[in-house]
Design a protein around this ligand. Structure first.
Ligand code: SF4
Length: 496
């Protein structure tokens, strides 16, 4: 539908302005065709929820403020309430609401300082990103346009070195950075971008092709819509670095098979060859070298961890530190020997880490080779556990010293099956080597779902629901380590 047939909607908000800076088409689709957006993932929902939590905590930096809530108030009432609070020189206003030149904004915190009003924008990140300057600059633009005397503009963000002990200490959790100079410098830029966006919204859907802007600075929510003309096995499916995929696309090369081979790295050539000829590749010497590094008993091991959340959920935890809540361990004492399965899954109500590490130390046979898939992840978690529980430092160090990585032969391309499509993730390796074992139809089928499921499970009250969620989590994590058992068996069958 052309914009002529639609009611022209030139109004902007802070988030629409940021989307418009990334891509005019994204702004346009948000206004006129929001139904084309991709489905929101559980990770995104979790991110929104943690953003809200961070915003509320940051309000404690300016206690006693009055909120201009969305709920129960029309836009006009929110504007009216803000005006009233400003007139009364209210010291701290949360979610203050302004409108200027058709731009409607809600601000995190507005503080009345000695020299004028101060803007505080709150972000969950651990650093000041470029896009935040634009965000705060728009707020400055609107507030100045409304006639407010703005003395300072700040960004409040997470201090990733903070370690929780007891209640959250907001003075330690947050850093406050002064962006006033940069934000003032951006005022002409903001004015001209606002003008361009409004003109565009009044004309019609802009013709903008896909490009680097689709994921910079944010993953666009219209990828499914704008990218649907890209076929399977396109240049974008090449793994690894060094290939400018958008340059190729812009020059008319869309399919993998059409990419000049001299542009490809050895791994990408292998991917292409594998795809075109359904061919597998093996470096037998390298695989044997890898196998010689292993010894029995072998403990196939995998952690599941919580999302990286900005507000630490337990004492002794930093922002964005992943907390392990589950592990699966398949132990084989000797070649082709019986498999013993051990597992742990935290229950609600307390920090699971001590219980988890103590059970793990008990379950792991002494001097066992500990095999993980992408062991740097498991080592990172073990190192965190070591800092949290120094009394187990030596034992944890022993586990780390005995760790080997089943990913190595796949990452190094010593073993490459064409079905892996250039990837060496377990989710691609398993169906290629052990097609009879897969994650299809499972209620939890990846790490993000596991984290989401656990966070939901610990707030559940219905015992039947809890048991169902536990079963799904245990099945998923158990399959991860069983998959490793089967993969190693397959490798040995083939190469020994
Ligand atoms: S997917 Fe890319 S081209 Fe489409 S709206 Fe988003 S940023 Fe623009």
């Amino acid at each position: 539908m052309s914009v002529q047939n639609k009611k022209v909607k030139k109004g902007l908000s802070k988030s629409l302005f940021i989307k418009g800076l990334q891509c005019h088409k994204c702004l346009y689709l948000n206004k006129y065709s929001p139904e084309l957006k991709d489905e929101i993932t559980p990770q995104k929902l979790a991110m929104f929820a943690s953003g809200t939590e961070v915003g509320l905590l940051a309000q404690q930096l300016f206690p006693g403020g009055i909120e201009v809530s969305y709920e129960g108030l029309s836009y006009a009432e929110q504007l009216g309430k803000t005006k009233y609070l400003i007139k009364k020189e209210t010291k701290n206003i949360y979610e203050a609401t302004f409108s200027h030149e058709g731009i409607f904004i809600k601000m995190d915190i507005l503080h009345k300082g000695n020299d004028g009003w101060e803007i505080y924008e709150v972000k969950s990140s651990t650093e000041v990103k470029d896009v935040y300057y634009d965000d705060v600059a728009l707020q400055y633009y609107v507030l100045s346009g409304c006639g407010l005397n703005i003395s300072k503009a700040f960004l409040v963000h997470i201090n990733n070195e903070y370690v929780r002990q007891g209640d959250i200490d907001v003075d330690q959790l947050f850093f406050i950075e002064d962006l006033t100079g940069e934000v003032i410098e951006k005022q002409n830029f903001v004015a001209s971008e606002v003008l361009k966006m409004k003109e565009m919204l009044g004309t019609g859907e802009p013709v903008i092709d896909i490009g680097e802007h689709c994921s910079d600075p944010y993953d666009c929510e219209f990828i499914g819509h704008c990218w649907k003309h890209i076929p399977e096995n396109s240049v974008f499916d090449f793994r690894g670095r060094g290939l400018n995929k958008f340059d190729l696309y812009r020059s008319g090369i869309v399919l993998m098979k059409d990419v000049p081979v001299d542009l490809l790295s050895p791994d990408q050539l292998m991917q292409l060859d594998g795809y075109l000829k359904k061919k597998n590749f093996f470096n037998e010497d390298a695989v044997r070298e890898f196998l010689e590094e292993l010894w029995y008993p072998i403990s196939f091991f995998d952690f599941e961890t919580s999302y990286m959340v900005p507000v630490p959920i337990f004492d002794g935890v930093r922002p964005y530190q992943q907390v392990p809540f589950q592990y699966s361990l398949h132990v084989q004492q000797k070649e082709n020997g019986e498999l013993k399965h051990f597992e742990y899954l935290a229950r609600a109500g307390k920090d699971p880490r001590r219980e988890l590490i103590e059970k793990l130390l008990n379950d792991l046979p002494k001097k066992s080779c500990v095999l993980a898939y992408n062991m740097s992840f498991e080592i990172g978690i073990l190192n965190d556990l070591k800092s949290g529980f120094p009394e187990y430092e030596e034992k944890i160090d022993n586990i780390i010293a005995n760790m080997r990585d089943l990913m190595i032969p796949f990452r190094s391309k010593a073993i490459y099956y064409w079905q892996m499509e250039g990837s060496y993730s377990l989710k691609k390796v398993l169906p290629a080597l052990v097609p009879e074992l897969n994650y299809e139809g499972m209620e939890v089928s990846d790490g993000a779902m596991a984290s989401d499921s656990w966070l939901k499970m610990i707030t559940m009250e219905d015992t039947q629901e809890i048991e169902k969620a536990r079963k799904a989590l245990l099945e998923y994590c158990g399959l991860d380590t069983l998959a490793m058992v089967k993969i190693l068996k397959k490798i040995k069958e083939y190469f020994i």
